[in-house]
Design a protein around this ligand. Structure first.
Ligand SMILES: C[S@@+](CC[C@H](N)C(=O)[O-])C[C@H]1O[C@@H](n2cnc3c(N)ncnc32)[C@H](O)[C@@H]1O
Length: 301
């Protein structure tokens, strides 16, 4: 396993440190996600039933189709996957369904309970070990061992100290391991939309506005955003070799219809040819999907 040699100076920086995110108690973060677990309303059926979970999955991968390409579930058959921030377990289930042995960690007890139920519903409980806790202190509750993949989709930007999670991840990798994380893109259409629609153009409040409006439920206590350069530097400061950063995901639907489970695009995206829309997503998407590896000793970045 790779040691903890981290170049701390670089990893501690980040413009949002001035926004107070670093001072947010982890209990407040947990409270937010317990109050509304991520994607909990992706189906109107009774939570915990197979029909409910089927619909949650269908909607998630319909709205965020890039996840399947990014996670590449089939590639991890027979491998060990550590998922950080599994939420209600949509990707967790898919890793397990494709034959991976999964360790899933989640801060929110409410989310974890649903993810556990889900594993039971699909009879995949034997392939998944669940742990509740704060990934900033992962080594305190998850036994240290090397994983083939450490995966974290949309999580580390919601914790007060993302760099601590990356420090912890170092204990669960070895040369050849792969790390895939998704963080939010500051230079995105969504940020522009948030600032114009919710902030009435008050650009100087940008980081607060993003946090308040980044999720389905308003008032998320911590939402950092990154530029490609910032996330690359943060990963490299923790000894990961960044292989690829992809910009994905522009949400094209009218919210009023979307919450009624209808998928009607806003007029300007309806007018945009599909190829142009894809091009736009690659430049202004909300998701920075980062794939990194752990280099052999002596070949560190
Ligand atoms: C936007 S949701 C994403 C959930 C899941 N990865 C998905 O894609 O559906 C963010 C999740 O990160 C979890 N989270 C935030 N901070 C965490 C931390 N420090 N440790 C573990 N989980 C955390 C939240 O509880 C929440 O479930």
């Amino acid at each position: 396993m790779v040691g903890d040699s981290i170049r701390r100076g670089k990893s501690q920086r980040g413009p949002e440190s001035r926004e107070g995110f670093r001072e947010v108690p982890i209990e407040q973060v947990r409270g937010f996600w317990d109050g509304r677990p991520c994607n909990i309303r992706h189906s109107q059926r009774q939570v915990g039933t197979r029909e409910y979970f089927d619909e949650v999955e269908e909607r998630k991968y319909f709205v965020e189709p890039h996840i399947k390409d990014f996670a590449c579930f089939e590639r991890w058959r027979g491998k060990k996957v550590l998922e950080i921030g599994c939420g209600i377990g949509t990707d967790t289930i898919n890793f397990a369904r494709h034959g991976a042995r999964v360790t899933a960690v989640e801060l929110s007890e409410e989310s974890l309970e649903i993810a556990r139920t889900r594993a039971g519903v699909y009879e995949l409980g034997g392939a998944i070990e669940f742990y509740g806790g704060n990934a900033e202190a992962l080594a305190e509750f998850v036994p240290a061992e090397a994983y083939d993949l450490v995966y974290s989709f949309g999580v580390i930007h919601h914790t007060p100290h993302p760099e601590r999670v990356l420090e912890q991840i170092r204990r669960y990798v070895e040369p050849g391991s792969c790390v895939k994380i998704m963080v939010y893109n500051r230079r995105s259409w969504k940020v522009l939309w948030i600032v114009l629609a919710y902030g009435k153009g008050r650009f100087w409040r940008i980081k607060r506005l993003i946090a308040e409006n980044s999720e389905a439920e308003t008032g998320c206590p911590v939402t950092y955003t990154y530029t490609r350069k910032e996330i690359r530097e943060l990963m490299e400061a923790h000894g990961f070799k960044v292989e690829d950063i992809r910009t994905e995901h522009v949400f094209p639907y009218r919210i009023a219809d979307y919450v009624q489970y209808r998928y009607v695009k806003v007029w300007y995206f309806r007018c945009l040819p599909r190829r142009l829309f894809s091009w736009f997503e690659r430049r202004c998407g909300w998701h920075l999907c980062v794939t990194a590896t752990v280099p052999e000793p002596g070949l560190e970045v």
